[in-house]
Design a protein. Structure first.
Length: 373
């Protein structure tokens, strides 16, 4: 038999065409590659082998993918709120509001060194100024100082109290004429509430009016379902527990009764988010209608919904007097029922002392014996 010819060996370096086709199809279906998880303390590898910034802060033993949160102190939070509500604004924003140019062009004017604040040339962006107290000059000419304005607005239901609304809903500031300039609300009312809200461009006064330390009182007329009892009103004045702590009404009384509802007069000296509705929900009385009728010395009066009026000189002085009063002491706040936790030194009633297991529980009156209590 003739010898069989040896078959040529296949080249191992070449890959079959079918596999290439499969790989191409796989690449089309799954174009993105999964990132390789990193080890704690080392940067992880992302797509295409690129290094990915570690999200565990580089701490050994930490779980990857979780950022370390730094606890924000109360002092830092209050400092941020004070900075945002002290009437100071970015310099380029003040220039744009004064009609100098657009905000982007005003930034170029600042970087070119053409703007002065209190005779000091400003070339850095982000500097905050008070247009009411500081002198701003452009090319040596002083800008006209803005005039402070104060308005009382009767907010209708369905109007929002935000400066910007992506949904395009009507805002409180849209109820004012456009020539008043930049203004903002003093506090807020939720979408379903109505009544008095103050609008101004005085950031310092607005911050003081909304800060609970000054205790500026606000009066509400609240229609609730059902008929609250005297014990319920007492509970509202003493306080109920909310998620963020104790909350109470400075005063709560019945204004009028209806067949299935009651109208209450409620006084608050702080402004938590939806506080009136949440507090009344804790005592099983749903709010059907909420109207704010007074803020300090300013009254709503007979103003129709959607209307506005400028505050009088007497009302503005009354608001300043309300915030210029010294902050209330803990004893005064405890007398108003602000916090049950601050009244730890008060004596417990005698009926509670009898529930203990000590000597007070053995004090029982017996016939023929005199018990000293």
């Amino acid at each position: 038999m003739p010898p069989r010819s040896a078959k040529p060996k296949k080249n191992a370096s070449k890959k079959p065409a079918a596999k290439k086709v499969v790989r191409k199809k796989t690449a089309k279906k799954n174009p993105a590659k999964k990132a390789t998880p990193g080890v704690a303390g080392r940067p992880a590898k992302g797509v295409n082998g690129k290094k990915k910034r570690a999200t565990n802060g580089g701490r050994p033993g930490a779980k990857p993918g979780k950022k370390r949160r730094r606890p924000a102190s109360a002092a830092a939070a209050s400092a941020v709120n004070a900075r945002e509500g002290d009437g100071r604004e970015r310099l380029q924003k003040v220039l744009a509001a004064a009609g100098v140019a657009s905000r982007r062009d005003c930034e170029l004017l600042i970087q070119e060194g053409r703007v002065e604040v209190d005779n000091e040339v400003i070339t850095e962006l982000g500097v905050r100024v008070d247009p009411f107290k500081q002198t701003i000059r452009l090319d040596g000419e002083a800008l006209a100082k803005a005039k402070r304005v104060y308005f009382a607005v009767n907010k209708p239901e369905g109007v929002v109290c935000t400066a910007r609304d992506p949904s395009g809903r009507p805002r409180v500031i849209d109820l004012l004429p456009p020539d008043v300039g930049r203004v903002f609300n003093v506090g807020r009312l939720d979408l379903a509430s109505e009544g008095l809200i103050l609008v101004t461009n005085d950031g310092e006064l607005a911050n003081q009016l909304t800060h609970p330390r000054h205790g500026v009182q606000k009066l509400y007329h609240v229609q609730v379902a059902g008929h609250p009892t005297v014990e319920t009103l007492s509970t509202l004045r003493k306080g109920v527990r909310l998620a963020e702590g104790q909350a109470h009404f400075v005063d709560a009384r019945i204004k009028s009764r209806r067949k299935k509802s009651t109208i209450l007069e409620v006084v608050l000296d702080e402004g938590r988010n939806r506080e009136v509705r949440r507090v009344l929900a804790r005592v099983d009385h749903k709010v059907q209608k909420l109207t704010r009728v007074a803020v300090g010395p300013v009254k709503l009066g007979e103003m129709p919904p959607g209307a506005y009026r400028p505050l009088t000189v007497k009302e503005i002085k009354g608001l300043r007097s309300a915030v210029d009063r010294p902050p209330r002491s803990p004893a005064e706040q405890a007398a108003d029922g602000r916090s049950v936790a601050r009244r730890k030194g008060t004596k417990k009633p005698a009926r509670r002392a009898a529930k203990g297991s000590g000597r007070a529980a053995t004090k029982k009156k017996r016939p023929g014996r005199r018990v000293l209590e």
